[in-house]
Design a protein around this ligand. Structure first.
Ligand SMILES: [Zn+2]
Length: 101
């Protein structure tokens, strides 16, 4: 299910889903959960995930500069420190919202 509204409010991302429910995910939570390969690691041929060494986040890392919808299945935020390769699917956003409650 896709959101009907997706907008940053203050330090949170506000999501309104097609069924009328709303979720609020702190931008910091979102950034720390970035699913891209350089943040979340990549699986090798044996299915083991190699986590990269965590890098320190500066304050700009948690400010959302812009975001783009990706092919109707997710969105791709661009962060204040220039990072912007993570794509968050709607299911993943739901998962993150549920986890934070
Ligand atoms: Zn990332």
């Amino acid at each position: 299910m896709a959101p009907v509204l997706l907008t940053p409010i203050g330090t949170e991302l506000a999501i309104k889903w097609a069924d009328g429910t709303e979720d609020f995910i702190p931008l910091e939570t979102l950034r720390r959960a970035c699913p891209c390969a350089s943040c979340a690691g990549e699986k090798d041929a044996l299915g083991q995930v190699h986590k990269p060494t965590p890098r320190p986040y500066g304050p700009a890392a948690f400010s959302l500069v812009s975001s783009a919808l990706v092919g109707g299945y997710g969105f791709q935020p661009r962060w204040g420190d220039g990072h912007g390769t993570g794509i968050f699917s709607w299911d993943y956003l739901r998962h993150l919202a549920a986890r934070g409650q």
